[in-house]
Ligand binder design. Structure first.
Ligand code: DX5
Ligand code: ZN
Length: 233
């Protein structure tokens, strides 16, 4: 593996009263994507932000906005987020009646499409749709809250997902990003990357640092340095 690992700070742990400032700060600190967690108090037991907030932060950053839909049903929100400036839209397959249709809908609206796998959700959901997927997102916590501990069984699942994606590319398929979400910190990112992740979400790890002293930049650099060790060793 040669390409560097990318980091997507999750704004779930940002100061919502200063969101424009917060997304500008993470972009300046070297963030690759803005991870945008959408919760509906139905698919997950929490309630967060919608297309209006996506539209509000869009002019503040150049980097892609990675919308993680933890909602049921899925399809009605896709056009709204595409219009609000989302670049990547991922959803949980159990939350859509027609997974193939939801994936196609996302691409039809000009966004990259992804499937999200909860810790107990099997990768078999990928079986017949690999050619319609741009991102595979493995949850390393149960969705709904920031600041939870990384579930170690995710590492074995990551290796399986990596093998599936590599086989798909060897067979002529387009590249697929392998993203991990939940409990990613400077002290475990090395193992996560070694297991095959090329995109890591980090919420509390990044926004838990005080930005006043360049803390976001320090954490971002520490995450990227630790991740790079996995690729060189
Ligand atoms: C959890 C969210 C995650 C979360 C990550 O449901 O999807 O994106 O914000 O936060 P940390 O990095 O604190 O686990
Ligand atoms: Zn997320």
């Amino acid at each position: 593996m040669s390409s560097p690992v990318r980091i997507a700070p999750s704004i779930l742990s940002a100061d919502f009263a200063r969101l424009g400032e917060e997304v500008r700060a993470i972009e300046a600190a070297g963030a690759d994507w803005v991870h945008f967690d959408v919760m509906d108090n139905h698919y997950v037991p929490n309630l967060t932000i919608g297309p209006g907030v996506c539209e509000a932060i869009r002019p503040h950053v150049q980097i892609p906005i990675d919308v993680h839909l933890m909602v049921e049903p899925v399809d009605a929100l896709v056009p709204l987020f595409a219009k609000a400036g989302a670049n990547i839209i991922t959803f949980h397959p159990e939350a859509s009646r027609h997974v193939d249709r939801s994936l196609a809908l996302i691409r039809d609206h000009g966004c990259q499409a992804g499937l999200v796998f909860n810790p107990a959700t099997p990768l078999a959901w990928l079986d017949h749709v690999m050619d319609k997927v741009d991102v595979v997102l493995l949850m390393s916590v149960n969705p709904g809250f920031g600041g939870q501990a990384f579930i170690p069984a995710t590492l074995a699942k990551l290796r399986l997902a990596r093998a599936r994606i590599d086989a798909h590319v060897r067979a002529g398929g387009a590249p697929i990003a392998l993203e991990v979400d939940g409990g990613v910190k400077t002290d475990n990112i090395r193992h996560i990357v070694a297991a095959g992740a090329d995109m890591c979400v980090a919420g509390s790890a990044v926004f838990g640092a005080p930005d006043a002293d360049g803390g976001y930049r320090q954490v971002m650099q520490a995450l990227k340095t630790a991740a790079a060790q996995a690729l060189t060793s």
